[in-house]
Structure formats: C-alpha cells, structure tokens
Design a protein around this ligand. Structure first.
Ligand SMILES: [Zn+2]
Length: 315
C-alpha cells in the first residue's frame, strides 16, 4: 500500500467506521446503559474498546467485513483508548494491552490490502473539568500516541473531538511523534459551532495550520447535515477534506444523535438507510472530498454503498 499522503493525492480514499456501536449491537461492547445515566458526566460513558482483549474474534470478523466491502484503511479499535477514559470504565491497567491488541488485530486482517490507522479521540476531561485539564489531556493523548507508534500504525485519525483546544493538543502530540494525522472534529448540539465556540471554518484553518494531512468532521451528523458543514470548511483550507458521518438521522433543532433521546438504546428508530450513504458518496466524490468513511451506525453494507456512490461519481 502507498502511504496515506500518496493515496489522498490519487483520488478518494475509502475508510471504514462504526465499530463500537456495531459491536455493541452484536453483544460485545458495553454502552453503559443500565449501569449509569449516559451524558451526565458522572459515569464512565463506557463505549470503551476492551473487546480487543476480551473478544478479539468479534473484532477480527468486523475488520474482515470492512475490508471485503472495499475499505482501504482499517481503523484500529483504539477509540476511547486513553488511560483516562479506560480507567473510568475499569480498564485503566489494561491501557497498553488494549491498544496494542487493537493495532495487531487490524494489521493482521489488513495485510497488504489496507493501511491501518490508530484512532485517537477526546479524553472527556475537557467536558468534565474544563480547559484547566488540557495539560492532563496532553499527557494521556501523548501516552496513547506513543503506544500506537510503537505498534507501528501507518497514520493517526484524530476523531470525535468536541473542543478545538483538545484537538490542538492532539495534533501537537501527533507532530511530536512524527505521525501523519487526519483530523476530524465533531459538532454538537448544532453544526454551527464546536463546544469551545469555533465555527467549522475556524476549526479547519487551525487544524491545517497545526499540520494535519486532511481535515473534516466525523460522527454525530447524518450525511446531508455533515455535507453542509464540510462545505463551510472547504473555504478555509487547501488540504484534502475528510468525512465520516454517522448513520443516524438528526433534527433541525438537534444536529447530533448523541443528544437525541434515542441514544443509546433506541438508535434503530433513527437509523439512516444505506442508500443515503450511496447518495452521500456520489455527492462527496463529485465535490472532491478525499477521505470517506462512516461512523456510528455504519457497518460493511454502508461502506459498500458509500464506495458504490463515490466510484460512480469518479467515472
Ligand atoms: Zn461515531
């Protein structure tokens, strides 16, 4: 496989996405529902990746499904894999083991057919304790990136950051480690501003200035709503754009599915069809969005539909 920077130059790159919710539906990931009130900031928020050590076969199979659907990048399941987040869920002591196992599994399935990206997400410290915690965020994110580098990921996907300030910390850690990083912000409750009050265009500019190789958005929004925020980013950067939308429908008053009452136990009631991902692929491909994948709610069928739409747009 060519390096990610080369792939991004030669056309749209197809990613994957939606691991945690798909594995939760299959019975291998804990959503936290039932043991805590999600979103209060008091519980763990769960959705942590201990499946990498507890049920590796389930994860291996999902990686295979994405690869067969056409994914050119497999994300190691290291989302919510900082020591801070894992400690809240009772897995802090396994931080290294969980991250190393995730990369090993993804690489084993990818072979020479796909690149492997390490996923790095917010710590949740910023949401719980505010900006004063950014120093500790940095320590946790730097530790996870060091582990991912040791495990030899091809590049990083910095994803699902609600605060641009924490994304900045992550981009600096990636640069210090010498790893290329695709950087995608998440917006809630509306797509107009991130949690520290910056517009999508401002986010794109800052992420560009901090050395990202592609910038964009992931999670929270259904494809049509994500498209409008990516169009805003386009004016602020010359970098390739990246989009990994969720497969859940949002509303005009709430643009983020994790803030809707259907999260996490009634998500089936707001599921977006795979055809919408094919349509999204067609439009995004035609508009030159270079990194295309999915997020929560997606499985291999969605990635296959996305690939069909985007390839149709390019031919
Ligand atoms: Zn997601």
């Amino acid at each position: 496989m060519k390096p990610i920077t080369e792939l991004l130059k030669s056309g749209a790159v197809l990613g994957d996405g939606g691991y945690l919710i798909e594995l939760e539906r299959r019975g291998y990931v804990d959503s936290g529902s039932g043991s805590e009130t999600v979103g209060t900031g008091r519980g763990s928020g769960q959705f942590t990746p201990e499946v990498t050590i507890e049920n590796p076969d389930a994860l291996r199979e999902l990686h295979r499904e994405f690869l067969n659907a056409g994914s050119e990048v497999l994300q190691a399941l290291t989302f919510f894999g900082t020591r801070e987040k894992l400690s809240r869920a009772g897995y802090g002591a396994d931080t290294e083991r969980i991250n190393l196992a995730a990369v090993k599994l993804a690489k084993e399935v990818a072979g020479d057919r796909a690149l492997v990206a390490g996923s790095v997400s917010r710590t949740q410290l910023t949401e719980r304790e505010g900006m004063a915690s950014l120093g500790r965020s940095k320590d946790h994110i730097a530790e996870q990136i060091r582990i991912l580098k040791d495990a030899a990921v091809d590049f990083l996907i910095l994803e699902t950051f609600f605060h641009l300030a924490e994304m900045e910390v992550a981009l600096r850690c990636a640069a210090e480690a010498g790893l290329p990083a695709v950087a995608t912000m998440s917006f809630r409750p509306l797509i107009t501003r991130c949690s520290d009050d910056r517009t999508p265009a401002e986010c794109a500019k800052v992420m560009t200035d901090l050395g990202a190789i592609a910038v964009g958005a992931n999670c929270e929004q259904d494809p049509p709503r994500m498209l409008s925020l990516l169009r805003e980013m386009r004016g602020a950067t010359d970098l390739p754009l990246a989009a990994q939308p969720a497969a859940f429908r949002t509303s005009d008053t709430c643009h983020s599915f994790t803030r809707l009452p259907a999260f996490p136990d009634d998500l089936e009631t707001i599921q977006v069809s795979r055809t919408e991902f094919r349509d999204f692929g067609r439009v995004a491909g035609a508009e030159g969005i270079r990194y295309l994948g999915g997020c929560c709610g997606c499985n291999a069928a969605y990635i296959r539909a996305l690939a069909a739409g985007c390839r149709g747009a390019m031919t």
